[in-house]
Design a protein around this ligand. Structure first.
Ligand code: ADP
Ligand code: MG
Length: 247
């Protein structure tokens, strides 16, 4: 029996007249990639915000490892093990890969920016950052400024930033966006290995990557889950084909 790490129950979010999520329930099990797909504007990023804590749900609850986190702050949730990457990059361009990952760890540890020790001397930041970069196969780029990285490598750094915090669950919002076939293939391979250590809720438009990676797929359309199942089931679902895959 696999263990539920993250569960969403009946999440609603309204922006003015727009009901962005309307009663979404789903869960994430140990060892899996659960993909969330759906057209633009379906409410996928809104849902990630509700899970991570940047958006307060109007209704519903979120549990992480059995504990209710619905009303906790972003930082509290992160400290309890919710890792995320953003749809829009948040890396510091002039700084090295290693510094970026270390700063991410430091921010999570709750240090005020005014009291920074020089991060490069702090082994409690260095060790987890090194380990995360190793897992993303980026250790050889540790001293390279982010501005010199390829698009694909930046995505790997973003995942490493989340990983360095040793999350129990990882939320990835369109990690393949803008990557060429090579970058996509590489990230797909890395995520496939990673899910054994940390389960991943994956929002992704690249359907080839989704069908290859996902153990389960939920389809979100206009704020509601219209279908749920394994890759084969979802690929064949007539409602999904019509609403999303363009049949
Ligand atoms: P997706 O990630 O699936 O493309 P989003 O969750 O970003 O969709 O958006 C869902 C809907 O909510 C869209 O119609 C979007 O315009 C709207 N929306 C998202 N965030 C806000 C916000 N902060 N204020 C108002 N409307 C928003
Ligand atoms: Mg989005």
């Amino acid at each position: 029996m696999s263990e539920t790490v993250l569960s969403l129950n009946d999440l609603h979010k309204r922006f003015g007249a727009l009901q962005a999520t309307r009663g979404v329930s789903l869960d994430l099990q140990e060892g899996e990639i659960h993909a969330l797909i759906g057209p633009n504007g379906a409410g996928k990023s809104t849902l990630i915000g509700q899970i991570a804590g940047s958006l307060a749900p109007d209704q519903g609850s979120v549990h992480l490892a059995g504990r209710e986190i619905t009303r906790l702050s972003v930082a509290q949730r992160a400290r309890l093990g919710l890792g995320r990457s953003f749809q829009v990059s948040s890396l510091a361009e002039p700084l090295s890969v290693m510094r970026n990952v270390m700063i991410g760890v430091q921010a999570l540890q709750g240090h005020s920016f005014r009291f920074w020790k020089p991060v490069y001397r702090d082994e409690s930041l260095l060790a987890p950052a090194r380990e995360a970069l190793e897992r993303m196969q980026l250790l050889h780029r540790a001293d390279t400024p982010v501005s010199e990285l390829s698009h694909g490598e930046r995505r790997q750094v973003e995942v490493a930033c989340a990983l360095a915090l040793k999350p129990r669950a990882l939320l990835l919002d369109e990690p393949m966006a803008g990557l060429g076939p090579e970058g996509t293939a590489r990230l797909t391979e890395l995520l496939e290995a990673l899910k054994l250590e940390v389960p991943i809720l994956l929002i992704e438009h690249d359907m080839e990557a989704v069908f290859r990676l996902a153990d389960r797929i939920s389809v979100l359309v206009a704020g509601s889950i219209i279908a749920h199942g394994d890759s084969v089931t979802i690929r064949q679902d007539p409602q999904v084909r019509e609403a999303y895959l363009g049949d």
